[in-house]
Design a protein around this ligand. Structure first.
Ligand SMILES: *[C@@H]1O[C@H](CO)[C@@H](O)[C@H](O)[C@H]1NC(C)=O
Ligand SMILES: *[C@@H]1O[C@H](CO)[C@@H](O)[C@H](O)[C@H]1NC(C)=O
Length: 245
């Protein structure tokens, strides 16, 4: 898994320590048990407000989220090709709903369960290798749409002091993804040979969840890093008690 975060970080230079969250971000007191009720909606609402860049935090927009380049390794069973994506656009986050957001103050962990009804990837792709029994190659545009995609995210935090304030950083993250169904299209497979393209697309459609499971760890690692990176952009500038209250 190789990931270029350079353009994601380009605007970080402008932002600095001791920044404030937008006042429209809802705060939850983590030391009160009511945070279990407060946090899911606070997080949902923050995600929805990230449909534009937040300059004083150096935050890029999340809707859509642009990633210049991403390479996912081949799987171990069905997918015998690495997946090269360029000009990747992730969208659908503005319809996120979170059913769980548990913060454990003693262990400094945050567990999130959120569903994105239509998590979509639009991209340029390059593929060359095998899918199940068939060979595949292509270079063109495409998209993937994950229906009712569950994101289970766990963050483990470290804590440090700066200028008398407490800040968190992320020391570990884990993402699990589970979709109910996946639609996709890949244009220009086999240099435009429609017959071969239709065959391999049918094979993939009939087995799409099994095929995706084979390469899912690569996607989970990549997107987990991206989400952690974005969250850390906030954490490194805003003292933790100004984030959560
Ligand atoms: C979510 O964002 C997309 C653009 O990525 C937009 O077309 C859509 O209307 C937005 N949906 C909501 C509920 O804001
Ligand atoms: C895929 O197409 C792009 C744009 O036409 C080109 O720059 C790139 O070199 C191609 N990649 C391969 C592996 O042929």
């Amino acid at each position: 898994m190789k990931l270029l975060l350079t353009t994601l970080c380009a605007c970080l230079l402008a932002a600095s320590f001791g920044s404030k969250l937008p006042s429209t971000f809802k705060k939850c007191n983590l030391k009160q048990t009511s945070s279990r009720l407060c946090l899911p909606t606070a997080i949902e609402s923050a995600i929805k407000q990230m449909d534009h860049p937040i300059k004083n935090l150096g935050l890029v927009r999340l809707e859509p989220l642009l990633i210049p380049s991403l390479i996912i390794d081949a799987g171990s069973q069905y997918v015998g090709t690495k997946q090269i994506f360029k000009n990747l656009k992730l969208s659908g986050f503005n319809e996120t709903s979170c059913s769980k957001a548990d913060f454990n103050y003693n262990e400094k962990t945050l567990n999130l369960d959120c569903v994105v009804p239509n998590f979509r990837m639009d991209f340029n792709y390059e593929l060359r290798g095998q899918v199940m029994t068939m060979s595949i190659y292509g270079n063109g545009t495409g998209w993937l749409n994950f229906h009712d995609n569950q994101f289970g995210l766990t963050f483990k935090f470290g804590e440090y002091e700066k200028d008398g304030q407490t800040y968190f950083n992320i020391v570990h993250q884990q993402l699990k993804m589970q979709a109910k169904d996946i639609d996709f299209d890949l244009q220009n497979l086999f240099d435009g040979d429609e017959k071969s393209a239709a065959q391999v697309k049918r094979l993939i459609k009939e087995n799409v969840l099994e095929i995706f499971d084979d390469v899912k760890p690569g996607y989970e690692e990549a997107f987990g890093k991206i989400f952690a990176y974005i969250f850390e952009t906030i954490l490194e500038k805003v003292p933790v008690f100004d984030i959560f209250g």
